[in-house]
Design a protein around this ligand. Structure first.
Ligand code: ZN
Length: 413
């Protein structure tokens, strides 16, 4: 793969398809300093698309780490006025918000989690127009990967650094469907396929999904009345279609919090708070995890389940075919953007308000009454093996194949 030749078309894809940038619209780009050459290509693509202005907010994880280690706690309790002005001002000016993610997965190891929590709370309070602009569909936004040396070394520990970076770029380009002659066309086709399956799943309105695999998975999860499947692109209030995540493969909903029974076995290791949980299983009864086991990391798995009452229940059911480019790459990226799109997964913890009819207008009590799980945590774990079968069960007991041998089946192909 000729990475050098393909990077400009990846930059164009992120700007024109990911952000759907319109002439005159400003772009706010956040990029790791280690990926500066690629960030400049993105800026160039934005100017070529007629951007009104391009502002780059450089992210330096090394400097960030020093701040988390040494700054007084008060520094994490309020966002400085200049930063509020930058982020809130960009959102209010209708900017497209593009974030390049190239973080070292181990770069923040050992930092007191209370500092992250304080900063996240301050950011959401002081930069409300910025976050609401994205949450409420006023601003287009897109998160995509950019290779950096530290991330590449983690993903390809056996390779010399230069080669690892090259390999990681190759994986980023192929999983983002940016390695062919017409990336924008590939995304139109991909998006149409996702939207067709989402419509079909929403039309079927299954009462339950039954999962089986040779690893011992035999599990039924109940769906909520009025559940909504989502995924792929998103639409702004002005009707602009954009892709919040590139890549994106999953179609997901939130299940009934009290209807899951049987055993699920993991298909991939789970990277949780800097450690791996491998070859694990969880047994559910009436929606709650009642037993679990793991070859390694059992304490970590138990600590997830003990986070709070909701952490024992499911908040997400996501469908990803084994034929998808991320699954086919066989790479563990140590990055949610990629790993979450690698296989069918479930999540312990918080469900999504947008996945039940009227959910965006409900408070926590309303969501609980509609059986959407509540929790402070949301942890995805992968269960999609190459032989996974999923059968949709209607309220009248009729069974419809959804997945066979790890991929979409029947009407869903
Ligand atoms: Zn997911």
């Amino acid at each position: 793969m000729d990475i050098k030749a393909l990077l400009p078309q990846y930059a164009k894809l992120l700007v024109e398809t990911g952000c759907a940038l319109k002439p005159g619209q400003p772009l706010l780009l956040t990029a790791p300093v280690e990926a500066a050459p690629f960030a400049r290509m993105v800026a160039e693509a934005a100017w070529a698309a007629g951007a009104g202005d391009v502002t780059v907010e450089w992210a330096d994880q090394g400097v960030s780490r020093l701040r988390y280690l040494h700054a007084p706690m008060s520094a994490f309790q309020a966002v400085p006025a200049w930063k509020q002005a930058l982020l809130n001002g960009a959102a209010q000016a209708g900017a497209a918000i593009l974030t390049l993610d190239g973080e070292d997965p181990d770069g923040m190891a050992g930092i007191d989690p209370a500092r992250f929590t304080a900063w996240a709370r301050a950011s959401h309070r002081d930069c409300k127009p910025f976050y609401e602009g994205m949450d409420m569909g006023r601003n287009v936004w897109c998160i995509a990967g950019a290779a950096t040396p530290a991330w590449a070394r983690k993903v390809f520990p056996g390779l010399p650094e230069g080669e690892a970076v090259e390999q990681l770029w190759g994986a980023i380009l192929s999983t983002a469907r940016a390695d062919g002659p017409d990336p924008a066309g590939a995304w139109r086709a991909h998006s149409a396929a996702l939207q067709r399956r989402i419509r079909l799943l929403n039309d079927k309105g299954f009462d339950a999904l039954h999962y089986t695999a040779a690893n011992g998975t035999d599990f039924t999860v109940g769906m909520n009345p009025g559940h909504i499947w989502a995924g792929g692109g998103a639409e702004t209030v002005d009707g602009d279609w954009f892709f919040p995540n590139m890549p994106t493969e999953e179609i997901f909903t939130s299940p009934h919090r009290d209807r899951a029974d049987g055993v699920v076995h993991s298909a991939l290791p789970l990277n949780y708070q800097g450690g791996l949980i491998e070859d694990f299983w969880i047994r559910f009864e009436n929606g709650a995890a009642v037993d679990c086991g793991a070859k390694t990391g059992l304490d970590r798995l138990r600590s997830i389940l003990d986070t709070d009452e909701g952490a024992r229940h499911l908040g997400e059911v996501a469908l990803v075919p084994h034929a998808s480019p991320i699954a086919q790459s066989g790479i563990l990226f140590y990055s949610t953007l990629y790993d979450e799109n690698a296989a069918c997964h479930l999540a312990l913890g918080k469900g999504f308000p947008e996945c039940v009819a009227g959910g965006l207008e409900m408070d926590e009590k309303g969501l609980a009454e509609h059986h959407v799980n509540l929790s402070a945590t949301h942890v995805d774990f992968m269960i999609g093996t190459a032989d996974l079968s999923i059968t949709g069960v209607s309220a009248d007991g009729a069974e419809v194949p959804v997945f066979r041998d790890g991929n979409w089946a029947g009407e869903f192909v």
